[in-house]
Design a protein around this ligand. Structure first.
Ligand code: OGA
Ligand code: NI
Length: 361
């Protein structure tokens, strides 16, 4: 389903797409995770409700010269201003041409990243009964374990289980497995700081004041969501999909995974397999940065495919403005003749309601 956030009269509607449809409450009393189905034994073919057809004309790109840019974060903070402006230029180019880049030397300790990824895997490894305690009943529940997207409504199921947690401005987290919440708290704090620093550089790359995004997006109360996905082995990976093509809704997303690939990114009309460098964080620009940049930095389509070799665990940490922020194109990037506003202002909370349905608050 596509969601158009463009309400402006003069604007050409630019569809901002997400895989998320407005949903009704999830209240399956006995939700079975895909993990238990996939591991239940002799599953040699996928159940028919998982059969997903991708467009056969959409080949996966293979140009070895054309790969996702790498940004060395340490060069942004090294204090050398020439170097900083050079990296800011590269960053702007990465946002404009790919909307995805690998961040290296980002300062988040390797052992912390590993501990968080291990915690995600351990969470999914708990029994059905243990996980059921965290099952989401409503799209806005701050703790929500589930499978597919919404098994009550989905016509085609996605080959994944997920755990979605609201971690800022309030930190909500399952109390099991032991120690997971503590390492995740630290990881969320570090990645919020990283998001802030990157958004400073991104502001500059757009020709805005360094603190423009931080201030206008009210990042002190940024809406941060911790999304972890488990993609079990799939007996017929070419017939199923882990997560269909979508764009992310917030400002920027940080993605990490357990060494197993599966992410594909749309670039110049083709799907590209993403091979993330070890310990790098994959960053992508999302819908509300597209609005703020007046369409200069697009929110890029991506999807997760599955495999029959190894279970994949991914973690996407989504960093948004505060719920009450009204997001609109930066006035400096709008010019009535050459660059008319392509998006009408929208409150972040309202955008989320269009995706997830009315909030309970
Ligand atoms: C997401 C996402 C990709 C992946 O959770 O929004 O795009 O590889 N995940 O799991
Ligand atoms: Ni995504």
């Amino acid at each position: 389903l596509s969601l158009s956030l463009s309400l402006s009269k003069m604007a050409t509607a630019v569809p901002l797409v997400s895989q998320l449809s407005p949903e009704t409450p999830l209240h399956a009393p006995k939700l079975t995770s895909l993990k238990s189905l996939a591991e239940s034994g002799a599953l040699t073919s996928i159940p028919s409700n998982y059969a997903y057809s991708t467009n056969p004309n959409e080949l996966v790109g293979s140009d070895p010269e054309d790969t996702i840019p790498v940004i060395d974060f340490s060069l942004l903070t090294s204090g050398d201003s020439d170097q900083r402006s050079k990296i800011i230029q590269e960053l702007g180019k990465a946002c404009e041409e790919w909307g995805f880049f690998m961040l290296i030397n980002h300062g988040v300790p390797e052992c912390l990243m590993k501990a968080v990824m291990d915690g995600c895997a351990e969470f999914f490894n708990q029994t059905e009964e243990e996980k059921r305690e965290f099952e989401g009943k409503h799209m806005w529940d701050p703790i929500r374990f589930g499978t597919s997207l919404n098994p009550k409504k989905d016509k085609v199921f996605f080959w994944r289980d997920f755990l979605k947690l609201l971690v800022h401005p309030e930190f909500h987290f399952p109390h099991k497995p032991t120690g997971f919440s503590e390492v995740a708290f630290e990881y969320c704090k570090r990645t919020r700081k990283l998001a802030r620093d990157l958004l400073k550089a991104i502001s500059e790359s757009l020709g805005l004041e360094e603190c423009y995004i931080e201030k206008t997006m009210d990042l002190d109360s940024s809406y941060q969501v911790f999304n972890t996905n488990l993609y079990p082995l799939c007996p017929q990976p070419e017939l199923a999909i882990g997560l269909p093509a979508h764009a992310d809704y917030a400002l920027i997303t940080f993605l990490t995974q357990n060494e197993i690939g599966g992410l594909q990114v749309k670039h110049n009309g083709e799907w590209f397999d993403v091979n993330v460098l070890p310990n790098a964080i994959l960053v992508n620009t999302a819908d509300h940065l597209e609005i703020l940049s007046n369409g200069k930095y697009k929110s890029i389509m991506h999807r997760a495919v599955v495999n029959n070799k190894a279970t994949r665990v991914s973690l996407a940490v989504s960093n948004g403005p505060s719920l009450d922020t009204i997001v609109s194109p930066a006035p400096k990037l709008v010019n009535s003749e050459s660059h008319p506003p392509a998006y009408a202002p929208i409150k972040f909370k309202k955008s989320l309601e269009l995706l997830f349905g009315p909030s309970k608050h």
